[in-house]
Design a protein around this ligand. Structure first.
Ligand SMILES: [Fe+2]
Length: 240
């Protein structure tokens, strides 16, 4: 499995608070069958070169420690960018897109963001040859009032992701219901852990996958944790 959203990079946001915790988290991830982990610390539209240098240097430290310990996961760097007016300006930073490849990036919105804004931002990013992976789409009630809304956002160029834990009640019954609804509508492209620590808010991709199998069947569920995230990881063209 490939995880494209987590806060395992230590000491830079509200995720892993030190290297030891990050390594414990990655050990848990490997135990679930996760082979690729893209670290996505929080970022915003005021990120700059200094942020990039910080994330890159902590990332190299983590990568070195993982190699030394022989934890069988490959790492990459990205950022979970909170929407702001300067979004397009910061996308040139190497840490802003997965692998610094300038193509796919992880984007989050404030919870009350209306459908129209998510659609407009997706369209704008896509016109600028960037493809947003929308983090935890199940949180955006106003953007999933109907299946048609979600389809329009996807058609505009977004990759729709869910937090795997949402499918197993990690964020409460309302979010679980919405996450399941999105899967039933067949409008979800991938699952991600959004892991923040080595406890209850940890890597729970396998649990989410198991829940998805019950709704979609094994073949479709596998695409959400393997095939589709691999396209983002490798920077391949997106097809829906
Ligand atoms: Fe996150």
């Amino acid at each position: 499995m490939i995880d494209l959203h987590n806060h395992v990079l230590p000491g830079v946001d509200d995720g892993a608070y030190d290297l030891e915790m990050a390594l414990r988290m990655l050990d848990i991830a490997a135990g679930q069958g996760i082979t690729h982990v893209a670290c996505t610390p929080h970022g915003h539209d005021r990120m700059n070169e200094e942020t990039d240098r910080l994330y890159q240097s902590v990332f190299l430290e983590l990568q070195k420690a993982v190699e030394e310990l022989g934890i069988p996961v490959q790492l990459a760097l990205g950022t979970e960018i909170m929407l702001g007016v300067e979004l397009l300006r910061v996308l040139h930073l190497p840490c802003a897109t997965y692998h610094g490849a300038g193509k796919y990036f992880l984007l989050e919105f404030p919870i009350e963001t209306p459908f129209e804004i998510i659609l407009n931002v997706t369209t704008t990013a896509h016109r600028a040859n960037r493809r947003p992976v929308l983090a935890h789409f199940e949180r955006f009630a106003r953007a999933m009032r109907t299946k048609e809304y979600v389809k329009k956002i996807r058609e505009a160029g977004a990759v729709i992701s869910l937090d795997a834990g949402s499918l197993v009640g990690q964020f409460g019954a309302v979010i679980e219901k919405r996450a399941r609804q999105l899967l039933e509508w067949d409008v979800v492209d991938l699952l991600a852990s959004d892991a923040h620590n080595d406890a209850v808010h940890g890597f729970r991709l396998k649990e989410g996958y198991d829940a998805a199998v019950k709704i979609l069947g094994e073949e479709k569920a596998l695409k959400l944790v393997n095939d589709h995230p691999r396209r983002v990881w490798e920077g391949l063209p997106w097809t829906t």
